[in-house]
Design a protein around this ligand. Structure first.
Ligand SMILES: NC(=O)c1ccc[n+]([C@@H]2O[C@H](COP(=O)([O-])OP(=O)(O)OC[C@H]3O[C@@H](n4cnc5c(N)ncnc54)[C@H](O)[C@@H]3O)[C@@H](O)[C@H]2O)c1
Length: 316
């Protein structure tokens, strides 16, 4: 079965690709700016297609040419970059998702898995959010992701496209790129693991949930394979582990006592991060048996540091 990953050399895309290739799937990576280094270990086992998700013809072409059966749609402009370039964010996140869904409809793709975010909830939301809570984002990233969720549901009900998706909290793990307000969660671990200093741009007490990348990838795969009759909805939230920046620092210093971590708060970003809610994943647990494996900060940080140290050249 041929699987397409849009944004295939991004953080989630590359990690997912490695898992799918290890399980002997044929994988096509569709990517605007291929990062060959991050997928170097699988580069001879995947097809790399350079293209723009905002270009309808390019999306149709890749789906048709490779007879794609499953699409994991991860290509996007993340929160910080989207706010800088809102028109481009609309083209990539909203139109790009429309292109993926149309290609799936036209070429009989069996499953489309969408990647959404806690950023779909607005400022009004409390510290915890149930799976089906109202979404009223005030950032373009959230607005375009809500558009993708609702459009995917429309394609499911109207055209029978097997659309499913996950809403992730900030995902933490080796190789996460810049562009999101929660990137500090990754860099606070990654830089010291590489022997580099890092200046954290949120306050020590600022708290946000994090999910380890291996859990995020496992969840994408599990949802893609879940029997249709088990699903009671098309979108499922992931929860993660609550973590304040000071706790993250303490955990890193436990493993790397010489870590050089300092704080220089960016008030604007800090205020946004402080409002990131903890989403409940009870529906994912009930419907398709989801269980988070990396369920505490020490477990996450240990795995993260070990992985970076083993593959230093990938992350430097
Ligand atoms: N990382 C997180 O913490 C997080 C949290 C919630 C949701 N998500 C969602 O998960 C998905 C993957 O996130 P990520 O962390 O891997 O992001 P990422 O930025 O690492 O990966 C996205 C990839 O998409 C590619 N891309 C961007 N514009 C494109 C275009 N026009 N055409 C083709 N490719 C394009 C980028 O080059 C990049 O490789 C995104 O949809 C994001 O919104 C991520």
């Amino acid at each position: 079965m041929t699987i397409l990953i849009t944004g295939g050399t991004g953080f989630l895309g590359a990690n997912l690709a490695k898992k799918l290739v290890a399980e002997d799937n044929q994988v096509v990576l569709f990517e605007l700016n291929p990062n060959f280094r991050i997928v170097s270990e699988i580069i001879d086992k995947v097809e790399m297609v350079r293209g723009d998700i905002a270009n309808w013809a390019e999306v149709l072409n890749v789906v048709k040419n490779y007879k794609i059966k499953t699409i994991f749609h991860t290509a996007a402009l993340l929160s910080d970059n989207a706010e800088r370039f809102p028109q481009r964010a609309y083209e990539i996140n909203a139109n790009g998702t429309y292109h993926v869904l149309e290609a799936a409809r036209l070429f009989d793709v069996e499953t489309v898995v969408f990647t959404s975010t806690n950023g779909t909830y607005g400022d009004h939301i409390g510290p915890t959010v149930s799976n089906d809570a109202p979404q009223f984002p005030r950032i373009i990233y959230g607005a375009t992701k809500v558009a993708g969720e609702r459009l995917g549901e429309y394609y499911y009900y109207r055209f029978g496209v097997n659309f499913r998706g996950l809403r992730f909290p900030p995902v933490i793990g080796p190789g996460r790129g810049p562009g999101g307000v929660s990137t500090y969660t990754t860099l606070t671990v990654q830089y010291p693991a590489l022997g580099l200093p890092y200046e954290i741009y949120v306050a020590p007490e600022t708290k946000a949930p994090v999910q380890y990348v291996e859990d995020a990838v496992n969840a994408l795969k599990m949802l893609s394979e879940a029997p249709e009759e088990k699903l009671t909805r098309r979108m499922y939230s992931m929860s993660g582990v609550a973590c304040c920046a000071a706790d993250l620092v303490a955990e890193v210093k436990r493993l790397i006592p010489e870590a050089e971590l300092t704080f220089k708060v960016n008030e604007q970003i800090d205020a946004i991060v402080k409002k990131i809610p903890m989403m409940e994943d009870i529906m994912a647990q009930q419907d398709w048996g989801w269980q988070q494996q990396y369920n505490s900060l020490p477990v996450i940080v240990e795995r993260f540091v070990e992985t970076v140290r083993k593959n230093r050249e990938l992350y430097i």
